[in-house]
Design a binder for this molecule. Structure first.
Ligand code: 5AD
Ligand code: SF4
Length: 341
């Protein structure tokens, strides 16, 4: 794997991409499953050095959507055939927030007759909270490890963030019954190709069901951007290689072609699908809130809309010879295999 990441020879990379696409077709097929992502709040108790909505960025206009706004957005996603949504927000762990999420998840499940699948992406939480949200009806959870290199993790986060707590959370999520997703940022300052190989081995060791990885992109109001820049072209290529290698190594997992890929290249997500990804997460957050959820600069605010018929997503996917798996949760085949024993 290391030579694929290190070598800059394009013919060699193309061959790896072709192999990865074959493995994708054999293990998960050519259907692309959608998760409409609703970024419902940008309040965050954390202060990650790379992130635009970190607690200390006082230039951010903080917002939190209301119950009804979130539910209405979810209902449009359901009616337009998404099959599932992701509820994402900055991290908060007070009881009011926990109860708010629990209530929303329950309502969405009830009002869609259990049709809509719900993935949560709400940071580190206690074991009880993970259980409460699972009991309310969420069945997948994304919690990125950001990097599997503990020392690098410590350099990217202030002292009150703890790598071991994050590991424990992944374990608790699995025990609560979720399909577990994780991922890393690619091209972080100080990150080596060996680190990236270890990230893939980390996914394997922890038997992860879903992977969401994207290039690191600077945000000007963050300490990490002030300390060093990022080479976007290089990070884009590296991110594609990471998707391909992850597909080749883990075979039957779900892999997302992330928004960050698309920020670096308008065709970024399609490129991701062509090298092994099988999931797309269109942003369906109401447009008026999108500018305030800027994790990194240049985050696209494209033609996406909760109503798929009003976007050109279907055409873009057909153009690369794939089709959307409408009205389907598109769960990770790996999860079912493990649970069958
Ligand atoms: N560049 C790329 N991805 C970022 N994230 C946060 N900040 C950045 C950035 N500057 C990602 C992290 C986090 C997810 C919600 O967004 O991986 O887990
Ligand atoms: Fe908060 Fe997540 Fe950003 Fe860290 S990466 S500051 S936890 S929103």
């Amino acid at each position: 794997m290391l030579d694929v990441l290190v070598r800059e020879d394009l013919t060699f990379a193309d061959e790896v991409f072709r192999q990865a696409y074959k493995v994708k077709l054999a293990y998960v097929g050519s259907k692309v499953y959608l998760r409409g992502i609703i970024e419902f709040s940008n309040f965050c108790q954390k202060n990650c050095f790379y992130c635009g909505i970190r607690r200390s960025n006082d230039k951010v206009n903080r917002f939190c959507m209301t119950d009804e706004e979130i539910i209405q957005t979810a209902l449009i996603a359901d009616q337009s055939g998404y099959g599932s949504i992701v509820l994402q927000a900055g991290e908060k762990s007070d009881e009011a927030f926990i109860a708010f999420v629990e209530r929303i998840v329950r309502s969405i499940k009830k009002r869609t007759n259990n049709r809509l699948g719900i993935t949560l992406s709400l940071g580190e939480q206690g074991q009880d909270t993970f259980r409460r949200w699972f009991d309310a009806g969420a069945h997948r959870y994304l919690l990125r490890i950001e990097t599997s290199n503990k020392e690098l993790y410590c350099r990217l986060h202030p002292d009150d963030h703890n790598y071991d707590v994050r590991l424990n959370c992944l374990d608790w999520l699995r025990r609560a019954g979720y399909q577990v997703g994780t991922g890393v940022m690619i091209g972080l300052p100080g990150q080596t190709c060996e680190d990236l190989v270890n990230d893939i081995l980390f996914y394997e060791k922890h038997d992860i069901d879903m992977i969401g990885m994207g290039p690191y992109i600077t945000h000007k109001n963050t300490p990490l951007a002030a300390a060093s820049g990022s080479n976007t072209k290089k990070n884009f290529k590296l991110a594609l290689k990471m998707i391909a290698l992850t597909r080749l190594r883990l075979k039957d997992v779900n892999i997302a072609a992330t928004t960050a890929l698309q920020s670096l290249n308008p065709q970024g997500r399609e490129e991701g699908l062509k090298v092994g990804a099988n999931i797309i997460m269109p942003n369906i957050t109401p447009v008026k809130y999108r500018d305030d959820y800027e994790l990194y600069e240049g985050k696209p605010c494209l033609d996406e809309n909760a109503d798929i018929s009003k976007t050109c997503l279907e055409k873009r996917i057909q153009f690369i010879g794939e089709e959307i798996g409408y009205n389907n949760w598109g769960d990770s085949p790996r999860f079912f295999k493990r649970n069958k024993g």
